[in-house]
Every structure is written in structure tokens, then in C-alpha cells.
Design a protein around this ligand. Structure first.
Ligand code: ARG
Length: 568
């Protein structure tokens, strides 16, 4: 498909002798359609060309050959506004769609590049909380979007399965294991044991010593302790798996902190070599004060590894195993300092330069629930499974009221409920805190997942009523010349670009926004254009456009991790 931005840059490059890619990076999409399809701010060239923006604009306009791609150019306040040939655009989009169908928007821009995406990473034997829901949803979506652009992507769940707390948990289990039934609600039961043993440790120093000893035994591979730890890990994973299943999320690697701890001495060796490791109060640290990042502790005074050490060990492993170009950490912003520290210390490791420069913390904000039985009260933990089930229940109630005879009702309620929660998690700049308000999240008319699903279902029912999906015909574009059709086509044209910008900015809201706008543009098209019962050629052209929109909404949603219902 023709890249109009590039076409315009090439034409400007011919006249100004400035690099095409540089020019392309200046091209903007004007906020309103009256100002053309693309605009070029000439002031960007004023310095190099030593001329005023107005003169530059005039010269470019006079010398430019419009070719078949452009219809017109005008100048407004030193901006060149370009109007592209809509016939050509429509023709290109429909042909591209016909060639790619379910792969529309996909590209191979990322070929040859490897991206690690680390997401979810809950702590075992602890509840999977609402913050973990966010990383899971965001990470899984970035994973899919990078893949769609041809990257080799590795999804990693860096499980929090290591730490001195397991020494305590083992001690508690040894003492009172028989009193707790781990077969139902195991995580809660383990939490109870943990709280109880913690209390006892506070009273009795010798209990704490036994805990420490358990941890030591665990590190040394003691059979009994290892077996218990494995059980805790297994029952936790089984619980997490329920949530992953509801969300349709999976991972390529479950290599967690315990595996990383095994190589913690390698990290120490390399840091030792760098000469930057110092002993402070018996602990080993790297001082990052000069970078205003405090100190990063790599080994505690008792010789055990730290959270930071295990992260550095993970970086070494991933650099060696995957030789990544980027490694993304989808983790809440509370851990910003931790990641700035380890990225800084990673510069001291013996790993490829590109890996050192490829570490990114994708930060996201907190979630607050406002209404319903899931509102957070002081001290209560919101169970993610309950949130997801509540979403499904609420949708069931709406269906009960509005469409009680719906086919596949349970299946659809699940897709809509989960879809609403997922969409809501991705629909804003990630770093913003989000307020989770059920009425807004589930509003079928708002800027929500259910709205996008609803428009998708509409495209489907148009085609069902029609009774067929028209075959592609290269003349369709001549019948889609009205503003509403062209607007839809314009959105379709941008889909691939949108996916690609998600990989550049790591902001999923670029895609959610796009899907809302595409759905809205189709809604206008649908209200203004009769489809069924028109003259056959026109009917088919409009039905084909309907088909393109339906599939594009479906692809976009699936990249977010949302499935489409077949009725709504
Ligand atoms: N397990 C941690 C937690 O639940 C998150 C881990 C984040 N990832 C990392 N590589 N440190 O808070």
C-alpha cells in the first residue's frame, strides 16, 4: 500500500535536497479535515534553508509535481497542506485489505529484532491483586502488538517465587500445616499461615532463627524445604492460571526470581570486576548517589541475594539467551527508582551494548475501584477473579433485561464483561491512575470495549442479513466517494501506522482510540448510507466496506486481548 506520508516527503526532498526520513518525521496529520490530509510545517526548514517559512512554502508549492497521488496543496501560515487523491487512497486500502484480510495492519517492520516483554510477575503465596491485573493486561497486549509487526517476542512472567519470606512460610507450615485446608482458597490459607508465623517471630526471636535456617536450607536444596516450596509455587500458579485463562493470557517463559537467584554470584563477580562494588554496613552496594539514584543493594549483610541482584541476573540471562534489542518491564510506577537503579548498574555488566540500551520500564498507574462490592476498604484486598466475575455478572444482568433469548448468552457475557475490563485498562496513557467505575466501563454507548464490540456485531448482522460477503472488486472504490465512506477508508488506511506507533511509544491507548474512532466513523457511514436494497454494485461496495471494518475491529480487539461476541 502506498505510504502517502513518504510520497510527500520524497516530493519535498526532491526540491529541498533534505533527507526524506527527516522530512517525513515533520509531517503532521491536521486536526481537522478542512486543513488537508497531511501538513508540513515549513518553519522546521527555515534554519537550514536560511529562508522564511512563507518563502519556503511558496517555493515548494510552485515546484512540486502533484503526480497521481496528490489533488491539491495550499498554504496556511507557513504550513503546506496536502490533499491526497482519495480515489487512489480508497483503491489502495481496499486492495490491501483484500490481500491481507485477517492480517490487515500486520507488517514485518520488526523482522530481525527481538523484544522481551516481562509482565504479570506476581508473588507466589500472595494474592494476585488489581495491580497485577493491569500489568498482565498491558503486557499481554504489547506482546501481541509487537508480534503483529514482525518482531520476535518473548513473553516472560518473572515470578516472585524467592525471598526470605519462604523461610517463614515453611516454618509456619511445619508447625500448623495440618490446621489449614490448602485445597480450597489456598492462597488465602497460606496468607493466614504467613501472618500467624510473622506474629510469632515478633514475640520469639528463636522462631525467627528457625525461619532463617529454613531459608538457608531451601537455598542449599534441602529436600523437605524444596518440596514445600515447590508445592506453594504449584498451588499459587494453579490459582493464577484461572485468571490467565479468563483473560486468554500466556507466557513463553516462567523463569522467576528463584532461577535468577541461582546465578546471583555471577552478578557479584562481574560487578566486583567493575570496581564499583563497595561494602557498606556489611552489605554490598553500588553507590549511585552521583546520579541521584541513591544506593543499589546487591547482597545483604547475611550474604543473601537481593531483589535488585535477581533482576540483574535476569538481565544477564536474557541478554545471553535472547540477545534482545529491547526488554520491556511492565511494572507499576511505584518501582520506578528500582528500575532506574538496575538499568544503571546493568551498564557495568558484560553484556552487549544494545541490551544495555534496550532496557525500558513501562510504568502504569494505580487502579481505584469506586462502586460495587469491589470497592476497596482499608485493608481489604481486592481479588482479581472477583472483579472479572463481577464484570461478567453485570453484563448477564443487562442481557437478561434487554435480550433474554440471546444465543450463546454465557459465552457472549464473558467476552463482553472481560472485554470491558481489558479495554478500560488500556484506554488511557498508561502512567495515569485510573478510576474504575462500573457504569462507565460497561457503558455500551461510551468510549468502551462494549461499544467497539457492539459496532462489530452490527457489521456482522448487516452481512448476515445480506446473506453473503461480496467478493472483492477493484471498482468498489468508485462507489465509495461520499464523505462518510471516505472517512471510514481513511481510518482503515491508518491502522498499520497506529499499530506501529504503539511499538514506538508503548502506549496502547493509541490503538483503543483508533478503534473507538473507526467504530464511530462506521456508525456515521451506516446511518447515512443504505446498504441492503441499493443497486447491486453499490450494495456490494458498501457491504465490502462493512466487512473490512468488522474484520479490522476484530483484529484490533484481539491485539488488545479482547474477543468479539457474536450477539449483543
Ligand atoms: N513480583 C513483583 C511484585 O509483585 C513484581 C516484579 C516486577 N518485575 C521485576 N523484574 N522486578 O511486586
Amino acid at each position: 500500500m502506498k505510504n502517502f506520508k513518504l510520497v510527500i516527503s520524497e516530493k519535498i526532498a526532491k526540491i529541498t535536497q533534505i533527507d526524506t526520513n527527516e522530512l517525513a518525521s515533520y509531517i503532521e496529520i491536521p486536526p481537522n479535515k478542512d486543513m488537508g490530509d497531511y501538513s508540513f510545517p515549513c518553519f522546521k526548514l527555515a534554519k537550514v534553508l536560511k529562508k522564511s517559512p512563507m518563502i519556503i512554502a511558496n517555493e515548494i508549492k510552485e515546484q512540486m509535481d502533484l503526480g497521481e497521488e496528490l489533488k491539491d496543496i495550499n498554504i496556511v501560515n507557513g504550513y503546506l497542506n496536502f490533499y491526497i487523491n482519495k480515489d487512489l487512497l480508497a483503491k489502495e486500502v481496499l486492495e490491501e485489505f483484500n490481500n491481507k484480510k485477517e492480517k490487515f495492519g500486520f507488517s514485518n517492520i520488526g523482522n530481525g529484532k527481538t523484544i522481551c516483554v516481562e509482565y504479570s510477575s506476581p508473588n507466589i503465596a500472595k494474592p494476585f491483586h488489581i495491580g497485577h491485573l493491569r500489568t498482565t493486561i498491558i503486557g499481554a497486549s504489547l506482546y501481541k502488538i509487537y508480534k503483529s509487526q514482525g518482531y520476535n517476542v518473548i513473553g516472560i512472567n518473572h515470578l516472585g517465587d524467592y525471598g526470605t519470606q519462604f523461610g517463614k512460610l515453611i516454618e509456619g507450615y511445619k508447625r500448623w500445616g495440618a490446621e489449614y485446608d490448602l485445597s480450597k482458597d489456598p492462597i488465602n490459607e497460606l496468607m493466614k499461615i504467613y501472618v500467624r508465623i510473622n506474629d510469632l517471630c515478633k514475640e520469639d526471636e528463636s522462631v525467627l532463627d528457625s525461619c532463617r535456617n529454613n531459608f538457608k536450607l531451601l537455598e542449599e536444596g534441602d529436600e523437605y524445604c524444596t518440596k514445600l516450596w515447590e508445592d506453594f509455587r504449584k498451588i499459587s500458579l494453579d490459582e493464577f492460571e484461572k485468571i490467565y485463562k479468563l483473560l486468554g493470557v500466556s507466557f513463553d517463559s516462567l523463569r522467576g526470581e528463584a532461577d535468577c537467584a541461582k546465578n546471583s554470584n555471577k552478578v557479584m563477580e562481574e560487578l566486583e570486576k567493575s570496581g564499583q562494588l563497595v561494602v557498606s554496613d556489611g552489605a554490598k552496594i553500588v553507590d549511585l548517589e552521583d546520579k541521584k539514584l541513591g544506593v543499589c543493594m546487591l547482597e545483604k549483610s547475611d550474604g543473601s541475594s537481593t531483589y535488585a541482584n535477581r533482576d540483574l541476573s535476569a538481565i544477564m540471562y536474557r541478554a545471553k539467551e535472547y540477545n534482545f534489542d529491547k526488554c520491556l518491564y511492565v511494572v507499576a510506577y511505584e518501582q520506578a527508582l528500582h528500575f532506574r537503579q538496575i538499568f544503571e548498574v546493568a551498564k557495568l555488566l558484560d553484556i552487549p551494548e544494545k541490551c544495555k540500551n534496550g532496557l525500558f520500564h513501562i510504568q502504569y498507574g494505580m487502579t481505584r475501584l469506586t462502586t460495587g462490592k469491589m470497592s476497596t476498604r482499608e485493608g481489604t484486598v481486592v481479588k482479581v477473579e472477583d472483579v472479572l466475575n463481577e464484570a461478567i455478572d453485570r453484563v448477564q444482568k443487562v442481557i437478561e433485561e434487554k435480550n433474554p433469548d440471546m444465543e450463546n448468552r454465557d459465552e457472549n457475557a464473558k467476552k463482553i464483561g472481560i472485554g470491558a475490563v481489558v479495554f478500560n485498562n488500556l484506554n488511557n496513557t498508561l502512567i495515569k491512575d485510573q478510576i474504575f467505575d462500573w457504569d462507565r466501563v460497561l457503558n455500551f454507548q461510551g468510549e468502551t470495549g462494549p461499544y467497539v464490540q457492539y459496532i462489530y456485531v452490527r457489521t456482522k448482522s448487516v452481512l448476515e442479513k445480506l446473506g453473503y460477503i461480496p467478493n472483492f472488486n477493484e471498482k468498489y472504490y468508485t462507489m465509495l466517494q461520499d464523505d462518510a465512506s471516505l472517512n471510514v477508508i481513511n481510518y482503515l488506511y491508518n491502522f498499520g501506522d497506529v499499530l506501529n506507533s504503539v511499538t514506538e511509544k508503548n502506549e496502547t491507548c493509541l490503538l483503543t482510540r483508533f478503534l473507538i474512532e473507526l467504530a464511530q466513523s462506521y456508525s456515521v457511514f451506516y446511518n447515512e448510507n443504505k446498504i441492503i436494497g441499493e443497486e447491486k454494485d453499490i450494495q456490494d461496495a458498501r457491504a465490502y466496506l462493512t466487512y473490512c471494518v468488522g474484520i479490522t475491529l476484530k483484529i484490533g480487539c484481539s491485539l488488545l486481548g479482547i474477543e468479539m461476541p457474536d450477539r449483543m
